[in-house]
Ligand binder design. Structure first.
Ligand code: CA
Ligand code: CA
Length: 355
């Protein structure tokens, strides 16, 4: 009798490998249901890092975790070496943190190391897990997936594989295509991460300077604000790879500024301004591909069901021009369509606080 019940279940499981197919599910010790029992191990990690690594907020540690995931993963080249999303930036931090492009990542590395040791997971898995979880704390972010099973890194990545803010658009597009097959539109989508980010070391006199006016919200302000005419630097002197920004207290990277205005990327950039759902889906797709650079998806286990749903962006945080700005301050670059129209927040221009 038992065997008769079991056979169809096994067959059912075998045909239910599609992402949208219903699955039976496994109950974890904590009561959660997952598709693969191996994923249960990540709930204790989640419950630890939300309060103890991130303070349950989309702040400095969340931003650092997201940046670290990119720098670890993008350090891969079919011809130039590197293991991609293998945790090398932590395992071989003595080497990789010396690279100029990784300046400022000492803090997120130091933050993550004890959690990796405490939970006995690989650095490659943890870095991508922490980044996916960090997004769940940022209102407006998409719910990204997470795959587990990255083996320990074998060697440090070579220097020179992480794009720098002073690189040309041609160089950045070529590097991103080489690393992960990313299209120009994918590169733009990944830059949505700059909506929840800032710079500590581009101008070291003003650490924690955000790239948009809402660094704790995953909104589309980065795509609006970088298209505004730049008028000021947030610090006394510009750093390398910094150009004038439009909003006091924010920093504009030269690479963001150029990508917003380049004919290979400007229409993709403009298409995301004020388009949160489009930004979410494009970012999610590119982020999930980035997170497994250097690996075959078939070798990994899909543990996306461990990643919490992000907070919703409040309607009062909708797309807007910063106070004191005007639609005429938009520097139109895309020739196919006009930049979407936004209303300025009321009142005089204000300064954005450091993170
Ligand atoms: Ca790496
Ligand atoms: Ca933002």
């Amino acid at each position: 009798m038992v065997r008769i019940d079991t056979v169809p279940l096994v067959l059912y499981a075998q045909v239910s490998t599609g992402a949208s197919a219903p699955t039976k599910g496994t109950k974890c010790p904590g009561g959660q249901t997952v598709n693969n029992a191996a994923c249960c191990a990540w709930f204790p990690v989640l419950e630890d890092i939300l309060p103890n690594m991130f303070d349950n907020e989309c702040g400095d540690d969340a931003h650092g975790a997201l940046r670290l995931s990119f720098h670890d993963a993008i350090s891969f080249s079919p011809s130039g070496g590197g293991g991609g999303a293998d945790g090398s930036i932590i395992t071989f931090n003595d080497t990789e943190l010396i690279y100029a492009a990784n300046d400022g990542l000492e803090d997120p590395v130091a933050t993550e190391v004890p959690f990796i040791a405490a939970h006995n997971v690989t650095a490659g898995d943890f870095i991508q897990f922490a980044a996916a979880v960090s997004l769940s704390l940022c209102p407006g972010a998409p719910q990204v997936g997470f795959m587990m099973g990255r083996p320990p890194a074998k060697a440090p990545a070579p220097d020179g594989l992480v794009p720098e803010p002073f690189d040309s658009v041609t160089s950045i597009l070529a590097r991103m295509n080489d690393a992960g097959g990313f299209s120009p539109a994918d590169v733009v989508a990944l830059l949505a991460s700059h909506s929840v980010a800032g710079a500590d070391t581009v101008d070291p006199t003003i650490p924690g300077t955000p790239f948009d006016s809402t660094p704790s919200l995953f909104d589309t302000q980065i795509f609006i604000e970088v298209q505004l005419k730049g008028t000021l630097f947030p610090g006394v002197d510009p750093g390398q790879g910094e150009v004038k920004s439009a909003v006091e207290g924010t920093m504009r990277l030269q690479s963001d500024s150029l990508i917003a205005r380049d004919n290979r990327t400007s229409c993709a950039w403009q298409a995301l301004a004020g388009n949160l759902s489009g930004t979410q889906s494009a970012f999610k797709s590119a982020f999930e591909r980035m997170a497994i650079i250097g690996h075959k998806a078939a070798d990994l286990i899909d543990c996306s069901d461990v990643i919490p749903a992000p907070l919703i962006l409040s309607p009062i945080d909708g797309p807007h021009l910063p106070a004191g700005q005007n639609q005429r301050d938009i520097e139109q670059a895309c020739t196919a369509a006009p930049f979407p129209t936004f209303t300025a927040q009321p009142g005089p221009a204000t300064s954005v606080a450091a993170m």
